[in-house]
Structure formats: C-alpha cells, structure tokens
Design a protein around this ligand. Structure first.
Ligand SMILES: Cc1cc2nc3c(=O)[nH]c(=O)nc-3n(C[C@H](O)[C@H](O)[C@H](O)COP(=O)(O)OP(=O)(O)OC[C@H]3O[C@@H](n4cnc5c(N)ncnc54)[C@H](O)[C@@H]3O)c2cc1C
Length: 369
C-alpha cells in the first residue's frame, strides 16, 4: 500500500464492494479496497443461493424493487459479455394450499408494478408437466430467474478494477476513520501494524459488519447508524441431480423467500435458506433442522427421499427489521441522510444484493463526487 491520497477507499471486497469499486474505477477514480480476509467475497457473497432474481417480491417503493429488475437484465448482459458461467433456468413459485392462492395473486401484481416484464400464472398441471417431481395447486412462472457462478462473477469485477489500476489490500482490517477538512483519515491494521490511509471518498460495504464499521466513523452521528439484526439462512444439500431444471420456490413470508429448491451450476439440488434469528456470527448448520426442512419440502416434492438431505452451508442476512417487524429493505445513506459529503454507508444488503450489484454500483456512484 502506498502512502497516497486515494480518490476512493471502499471497505469490503464482497460482491457489492467490488461492484461499487469497479464503477468508481471505470469512471476514472483511483480506488483502494480494504479487505480483512485473504481473498475477495469469502463472507456473505459466497454464502448465498447464487440466484439472479427477477424482482417479483419487493414493495413498490423499496430500493429492492428499484434495483432488482434492472439488476437482473444487467447481470445477464454482463455475464454474456464476459463469458461468466450462468444459466437462465427460470423459476416456478408454487402454491400448495388454497390459502396461498391470494398471496400468489399479490406477488403477481407486485411484480408487474415493479417492472418485471415476464411473469405468467400457470396451473399445477402445467408445472407438473415441466417438473414431474413437483406437486402444487397453482403457480407463477418467472422466466428471467437464473443462477450465476458468483465466484467467477466477483473475479471478473476484480479484473475490471485491476485493469483500471485499482487494487485490494488483503488481510487489512479497518479500525476507525476520522475526517480532516475534506479528507477521510482511515486507520487500518495490517500485519499487526497500524497504517493511515487518506481518501476523498469513503464507502462502507462491509455487509453484516456495516453497523460495527459505521460506529467507528468518528465524524458520524450515532443516530445515523441503524441497528442490524441477523437472520441466518441454513441450507441442506443433496449433491444429486434430480433432473429438475427450474428453481422452485414456495410462497414467501416476510423474512425470507421460503425454503426453496436451488440449483448449483452442475444442477445439483439444494434446499434453503430457512430463517434462524441469531445474535452470533456462526455458520454451523444444525442437523436438527432437517425435520423442519423435510416437512416443508414435501409440500411441493412429496416423493423426496429424506435420507438425501445433508447439512450444507449457511449465510447471514443483515436485516434492518427484527423478527416479526415485517419486510426489511436496503438502506444506502449518503450526505443527504447523514450530512457527511462523500461518505456512503450500505446497510441491510441482503438478497437481492448479488443480483442488484451493478445497479447499486451506479446508484452509489451518483451519491459521491
Ligand atoms: C442466505 C442468503 C442467501 C442469499 N441469496 C441471494 C441470491 O440468491 N441472490 C441475490 O441476489 N442475493 C442473495 N443474497 C444476498 C447477497 O449474498 C448479498 O446481498 C451480498 O453478498 C452482500 O455483499 P456485500 O459485499 O455487501 O457483503 P459481503 O459479501 O459480506 O462482503 C463484505 C466484506 O467486508 C469485509 N469486512 C467486514 N468488516 C471489515 C473490516 N473491519 N475491515 C476490512 N474488511 C471488512 C468482509 O470480510 C467481507 O469480505 C443472499 C444472502 C444470504 C445471507
């Protein structure tokens, strides 16, 4: 790391920090990314479903609704232009009881409002014809959903950053930052040594740690830092290709999109994530949750062989609303909210953060000068 004044320092090399850094670098800014791990994207960005969401679920005026449908289109364009492995699988959202039909109708209307171009109402028979293992009463077909190799996506973002002269400082822990005139004075630890870095722009893209990091910005009023609640999402894997070609989602609840059938790039089936509210950062998957997984999944795949379910991995959603408080949105604060020029805090960056990353990057770029 050189003793330099950077145009922009981004804390966090997850998919969002990388996308924002890429945009700033493409716009000619000299960027430095501070990352406490030894590689990019090893926290939430590699602990998710890898789904390119269509944007069907989000409240009309939310940032999620604003970003996701465009993020979906941009993600396919980007992946095609860089040959990043991805599959446009499409997805079915399935109602398995009569009382879910009204919710399905609401999702359909919400999706249309949010600008999702293609979404169709389909019968249970239609879905069973396409996916013989799936049983349901009615459903929605969302053709623009898909999956992406998140690891290669992030490597590609990083390549774009490096091509423009930007870099990541690995194994570098952000400690605290102060502000002197228009320069952020950022203190990090590297190899047990404290180093000060100067920057004109400071972006907090630390995912589940964003509240903690913001609390170490000495110039930021504490009332501008929202409380983050953790909702862990566990997965059970089968490591088996069932011949299923679409993502299969139940009707969602407020905290999650439901215990869905996901596919990895080899089309092996996994289930999850569920919702486990927690105060700890602990990624163990408790085998005792298997019963709940099985009972939920057999509602739409009655023939599932329970012995195939194995505890897989988990990720943690940073939520700005606690259990029972309703749906949580992204919160991206700039000078307009907290009064500090060229500081952007990204809070609550849960799903669909991966899908939206390129659009979030443009949005953040518009908030700094
Ligand atoms: C279970 C689950 C499933 C999901 N599924 C999907 C999906 O299918 N599709 C979708 O679009 N989105 C999905 N998401 C959301 C998506 O994964 C996130 O929005 C995205 O990964 C967040 O990226 P990020 O860059 O904000 O955070 P992260 O990937 O967590 O990156 C933050 C980085 O900051 C670094 N950091 C933290 N503190 C410090 C510090 N003090 N100093 C230096 N570095 C620091 C961390 O090491 C980390 O690398 C899912 C999320 C979860 C939890």
């Amino acid at each position: 790391m050189t003793e330099n004044i950077y145009d922009a320092v981004i804390i966090g090399a997850g998919v969002i920090g990388l996308a924002v850094s890429r945009k700033l670098a493409l716009e000619g800014k000299e960027v430095l990314i501070i990352e406490e791990q030894g590689q990019v994207g090893s926290v939430t960005s590699s602990r998710n479903s890898g789904v390119i969401h269509a944007g069907v679920y989000y409240d009309k005026n939310s940032l999620k609704a604003k970003f996701c449908p465009e993020g979906n289109r941009r993600m396919y364009d980007y992946c095609n232009s860089r040959s990043i492995p991805h599959i446009n699988t499409g997805k079915f959202i399935v109602a398995t009881s009569n009382n879910e039909i009204e919710k399905l109708e609401n999702i359909y209307n919400q999706a249309k409002d949010a600008g999702v171009i293609n979404i169709d109402k389909v019968s249970g028979n239609y879905i069973s014809n396409k996916e013989p293992l799936v049983k349901c009463i009615e459903g929605l077909y969302v053709p623009s959903s898909g999956i992406v190799d998140t690891s290669l996506l992030m490597r590609s973002y990083l390549g774009d950053i490096e091509d423009k002269g930007g870099m990541v400082s690995y194994n570098t822990h952000f400690e605290y930052a102060d502000l002197s005139k228009d320069l952020f004075k950022i203190t990090v630890t590297q190899n047990n040594e404290k180093i000060e870095i100067n920057s004109r722009i400071l972006i907090n893209a630390t995912g589940i740690f964003a509240e903690k990091v913001a609390n170490n910005f000495f110039f930021l009023d504490k009332s501008d830092i929202p409380k983050t609640y953790f909702a862990k999402g566990n997965y059970f894997e089968t490591s088996k290709n069932f011949g299923i070609k679409h993502l299969i989602y139940p009707v969602p609840n407020d905290a999650s999109l439901g215990l869905h059938l996901g596919l990895d790039m080899s089309m092996s089936v996994r289930f999850g994530p569920d919702v486990e509210w927690t105060e700890d950062i602990n990624y163990n998957v408790n085998k005792d949750r298997e019963e709940m997984f099985y009972n939920d999944i057999i509602k739409y795949i009655p023939s599932l062989d329970r012995s195939l379910l194995k505890p897989g991995y988990s990720g943690i959603r940073p939520k700005l609303k606690n259990k029972g408080e309703g749906k949580s949105d992204f919160r991206i604060d700039s000078v307009n909210e907290h009064g500090v020029l060229n500081l952007v805090n990204l809070f609550g960056m849960e799903s669909p953060g991966l899908t939206s990353s390129l659009v979030i990057a443009d949005y953040v770029y518009g908030l700094v000068s």
